[in-house]
Design a protein around this ligand. Structure first.
Ligand code: ATP
Ligand code: MG
Length: 483
């Protein structure tokens, strides 16, 4: 009952009609109007031609008669041989009667034609606009007739000339023809509408597939794709675009899942270590001073690492959601580099950190974030360079850019790893890192650096060779000086 009601509601509410139904109706309306106008125009044209032909013949015959009436020679000839005279006056199809003063017909060119009285009795006033208003219109059974009476004076007597011309003898046939025209038109419209409806339905089929595919897509399964129609139209484009969008969503979703599982994995290690030390402390720590110190130190280190990791994760989460605040102001780069360099010098006591050149130059950037960017590369240099190694900073001005180079003579990066190190959580084989005597990182530093660089229009390139060292080159756009 309720499904019937909702179906009925859909039928009576045009807003709920399918696009194919709406298009078909518009098409049907246009075709009906066009076909209707064409039929009307052809019927009216046909009537106009028929009536106009009859009117012309009447007018010519009446005109000749008027001329000849003033010609005495013709009139005397007409008295003697009336048939020959009327042949000269009348065009074929026009009937002439002559009535005397008392109304008696004294001459008739067609005795079988309807009597004058009958014609007079059947005169109609409501002729259509294509009928002439010069002549009277007579409707007699199937006939439409033009009727015209004209006075004439001859030898002191008054006569009446009565002209008649059949306009059309086929009124029923014409009416039938009109009926056929309407029926044929209706059938034509029906066929056209049917073909159009089927065509539109076929054209919209991919759209219905699209809807059912879209309905079947779940977050748990993003692998479904829309079938791309073989044609090369908007539907093909729609399907391809939709599939590409799904590719991107699926990839983003997988990335997100990887990120969550990697982050959980990274957090598990320090938590396990902390828990282990806490257990140890609760058992022996209270009595043994050395165990207590070792435990507290280890817990502090692990908690510190964990805090660092969480800070990085939070930064990337803010960055992904476009919530990371970037406060760009004009910055003098040499001051910023100097600052980071001095702080590093204090902590990196086992490496040589050299500042080769530090040109002055203004850039636009967020001070805190830009420092973080430089620090990420310097810390990597320290981390992946064995003790006693050298890290050099070289910042020089070139046209429109500040070129900041951070190089080390550390373990280097293999060519196959070079393009991957900017991916989140990516770390080159940890055994080599350990060989270098450095603790492994989280693998997030360079992905943060990449985000900061993208946000500041900074280009990052690198040169690295295994066992020899690595150089990162940052091209930082200079602040345009106002003219
Ligand atoms: P994090 O910086 O988050 O503490 P991380 O240093 O491991 O951890 P990234 O800075 O993103 O992570 O670096 C990714 C990987 O690239 C590193 O694990 C390391 O293998 C390699 N790498 C980065 N910089 C250097 C470098 N200067 N020399 C050699 N290898 C490097
Ligand atoms: Mg790092």
């Amino acid at each position: 009952m309720s499904s019937k009601t909702s179906l009925w509601k859909r039928i009576i509410n045009p807003k709920e009609w399918e696009i194919s139904t709406r298009l078909t109706l518009v098409y049907a309306a246009v075709i009906t109007i066009l076909l209707g106008c064409a039929c009307l125009a052809s019927v009216m044209g046909m009537y106009y031609i028929i009536y106009h032909q009859a009117e012309t013949e009447m007018t010519i015959s009446v005109g000749i008669a008027l001329d000849k009436m003033n010609d005495p020679q013709f009139m005397s000839q007409a008295e003697e041989k009336p048939h020959e005279a009327t042949e000269e006056v009348l065009l074929p199809g026009v009937v002439l009667r002559v009535a005397d003063e008392s109304g008696n017909i004294i001459y008739d060119t067609d005795k079988h034609f309807a009597a004058v009285e009958v014609l007079r009795d059947n005169v109609v006033d409501d002729g259509m606009f294509w009928a002439s208003d010069k002549y009277k219109l007579v409707r007699l059974k199937h006939f439409m007739i033009y009727h015209h009476e004209m006075p004439m004076e001859y030898k002191g007597h008054h006569y009446t000339l009565i002209f008649s011309r059949v306009i059309t003898a086929e009124r029923p046939m014409l009416a039938k023809m009109q009926e056929w025209l309407v029926l044929g038109g209706a059938l034509g419209i029906f066929l056209v509408v049917l073909i159009v409806y089927i065509g539109i339905k076929r054209a919209f089929r991919p759209l219905r597939d699209f809807i059912s595919t879209a309905k079947s897509i779940e977050v748990s399964d993003l692998s479904t794709r829309m079938e791309v129609p073989p044609s090369h139209d908007e539907m093909t484009e729609l399907a391809t675009t939709f599939n590409r969008m799904l590719d991107r969503i699926e990839e983003g979703f997988k990335q997100q899942q990887r990120f969550v599982s990697d982050a959980s994995h990274e957090l598990r290690t320090p938590v396990t270590v902390i828990k282990g030390y806490a257990d140890m402390l609760s058992r022996w720590g209270q009595s043994d001073e050395a165990t207590l110190t070792e435990g507290i130190t280890a817990i502090r280190t692990e908690a510190g690492d964990m805090q660092e990791l969480i800070e990085k994760l939070l930064f990337l989460a803010r960055a992904d959601q476009n919530r990371q605040i970037v406060n760009k102001v004009p910055l003098e780069l040499s001051e910023l580099v100097e600052d980071v360099y001095k702080k590093l010098k204090l902590t990196a006591t086992r490496h040589n950190v050299n500042l080769l050149s530090n040109d002055e130059g203004y850039i636009m950037g967020d001070k805190v974030i830009m420092k973080e960017l430089v620090r990420i590369f310097l810390e990597n240099g320290i981390k992946y360079t064995p003790e006693g190694g050298t890290i050099t900073i070289d910042s020089h001005a070139i046209p429109r850019y500040m070129c900041l180079e951070i190089a080390d003579n550390g373990i280097g990066i293999a060519p196959e790893d070079q393009e991957k190190i900017f991916q989140r959580f990516y770390r080159v084989d940890s055994s080599r890192t350990k060989e270098a005597g450095q603790p492994g990182g989280t693998g997030l530093g360079l992905s943060i650096a990449q985000w900061i660089a993208d946000n500041h229009d900074i280009g990052i390139s690198m040169e690295s060779e295994l066992g020899k060292g690595t150089k990162f080159i940052l091209m930082i756009p200079c602040l345009e000086e106002e003219a």
